[in-house]
Write a protein that binds this ligand. Structure first.
Ligand code: MN
Length: 159
């Protein structure tokens, strides 16, 4: 059992190979600290997405065995794919405003809102403002080998 104390955290050993700062206790990674802007941001390539970027803030690659935390950024007029999957989301809206589609119903969302999306629920985020819509979206790592189902009625905008 690791006991984190101020003294143990003072054994700070930055890692030169990534932007992450590791806090080591007896050679074991106890914590990782980083600024989100130092984490690579990638375009969401999934069909049905438009103007949507993602950062995998934390996940299996960091040693997190159970959950992945992603940060999404949807540009003005953009949207995530309309889709469902057999695992849940925990969402926190950081900035901006927009809508989330829950089945056939659209709900307004804004910064500070907290949203739970249950497994197999069709959902889609849209940016309704002229500034980016930014939110955190957590998934269990067990989701990574599970299928994502594109909603059949989803109008994919071809670029
Ligand atoms: Mn989803």
């Amino acid at each position: 059992m690791l006991a984190l104390t101020r003294a143990s955290l003072s054994r700070f050993e930055p890692n030169s190979q990534t932007a992450f700062h590791y806090f080591l206790i007896d050679g074991i990674i106890a914590m990782k600290l980083n600024h989100f802007e130092e984490i690579e941001q990638a375009e969401v390539e999934m069909p049905g997405a438009s103007g949507c970027k993602v950062r995998w803030l934390l996940g299996a690659k960091d040693g997190a065995t159970n959950f992945s935390m992603r940060q999404f950024e949807v540009a003005a007029g953009g949207f995530t794919p309309k889709h469902s999957h057999p695992y849940e989301h925990e969402v926190f809206v950081l900035e901006g405003q927009g809508t989330v589609l829950e089945g056939d119903v659209e709900h307004e969302i804004k910064s500070g809102d907290v949203l739970y999306v249950s497994p197999n629920e069709i959902h889609q985020f849209k940016n309704a403002a002229d500034v980016p819509l930014k939110f955190l979206c957590l998934i269990p790592n067990s989701a990574l080998d599970k299928p994502i189902i594109q909603a059949p009625e989803c109008g994919v905008e071809k670029n």
